[in-house]
Design a protein around this ligand. Structure first.
Ligand code: DON
Length: 341
């Protein structure tokens, strides 16, 4: 059972085939309702272990949903830019898979949920590899695989690819990059553990620069939604029509987002939201409804796991309201977006 009469309204309207403009308005109304419902939630804290992130405005709150047909719905501060942080990780993983193939990449990183914090200084003791590409250890291993010589070329390649998925040119926030570089000793410890274990080569500083720069790329909610929609649209950017991601590899990335994207909350996320997604400590979440839409949410106060408090609430509500959970019995989410066209 859906948990509100409004969700019942949406389902009834789908069944009644009342036409797309009315449904698009209804969809927007629901987004506005969800925004209003959570805009005053004040739980969580700004991440401040990267000092520059502590300067974010805690009241910022934006939501965007983009369909695979290129239709966009927004609420709140959807234009507010923030650094992507860990939301870069699945797309860097995609890039590594495209460049090196599955077999080689899996020699450097596993695909097993760790159940531990994103910044744990650990390897999977059964395999000697980082658990997965969503935790810092795995993401640093992936950064090593996509770095280039000179290092700026590898960073540019990543930013350019992400810009193609977002549908606009993206850039690095130099202040956040400097802040993370100055304070990222935990990641340096992880990188040297990886070097010691033969997971990365000895260009450790270059690998860390690639990783820190990826995390410091500026996006807004619409960018995250469009990047998610590009994944949902099996690799083709919905508006520009450009093929950005190799469609044969997307299933691997979505699977790891589903099982590991929310770190030590991933099991609860799969249970309650049921969507492949990735969170970042700056407060962004990118979700994918396969073949249907991308979701981008931003609010900078995060919980103990480093996941946006309001962002998590919004994703839960959207999934429940529209039946987006991958295993929802009514499977509404796998068909209802077509009604908006
Ligand atoms: O490496 C770090 O700690 C950050 N650049 C990214 C961490 C992050 O976003 C974790 N997500 N919740």
């Amino acid at each position: 059972m859906q948990d509100s009469s409004e969700s019942q309204d949406v389902e009834n309207s789908l069944a009644a085939d009342e036409g797309s403009p009315w449904l698009a308005a209804k969809f927007q109304q629901t987004l506005d309702m969800i925004y209003e419902k959570y805009k005053n939630v004040e739980d969580g804290e700004l991440a401040s272990y990267i000092p520059e992130l502590g300067k974010a405005n805690p009241s910022n709150f934006g939501i965007c949903m983009a369909t695979t047909e290129g239709e966009v719905f927004t609420a709140g501060d959807w234009e507010q830019e923030f650094t992507i942080q860990s939301v870069c990780k699945p797309f860097a993983f995609q890039m590594a898979l495209e460049r090196h193939g599955v077999e080689k990449v899996l020699k450097h990183v596993g695909v097993e949920p760790s159940g531990d914090a994103f910044n744990a200084i650990e390897l999977d003791e059964r395999t000697g590899r980082p658990f997965n590409p969503m935790v810092n250890a795995g993401a640093i291993a992936v950064a090593s695989l996509i770095k280039a010589n000179p290092v700026e070329a590898g960073i540019d390649a990543f930013v350019e690819k992400m810009g193609k998925a977002a549908g606009r040119k993206l850039a690095i926030d130099g202040a956040v990059l400097a802040s993370e570089t100055a304070t990222g000793n935990r990641n340096r410890a992880i990188a040297y553990l990886l070097l010691n274990s033969g997971i990365i080569d000895d260009a450790v500083l270059e690998t860390l620069h690639q990783y820190f720069a990826q995390c410091s790329m500026l996006v807004n909610c619409k960018d995250l939604a469009m990047i998610g929609a590009t994944m949902a649209n099996i690799g083709t950017q919905p508006v520009t029509g450009e093929r950005v991601f190799d469609f044969q590899l997307i299933k691997h990335v979505l699977a790891v987002m589903f099982s590991c994207g929310l770190y030590n909350y991933a099991g609860n996320w799969a249970f309650e939201v049921g969507l492949p997604a990735k969170s970042g400590v700056s407060g962004g979440i990118c979700g994918v409804v396969n073949r249907q839409l991308g979701i981008g949410v931003y609010s900078p106060k995060v919980d103990a796991q480093g996941n946006s408090v309001r962002g998590t609430l919004v994703c839960k509500e959207l999934a429940t309201h529209f039946g987006l959970h991958a295993f929802d019995f009514s499977n509404v989410g796998s068909s209802f977006m077509q009604w908006l066209q």
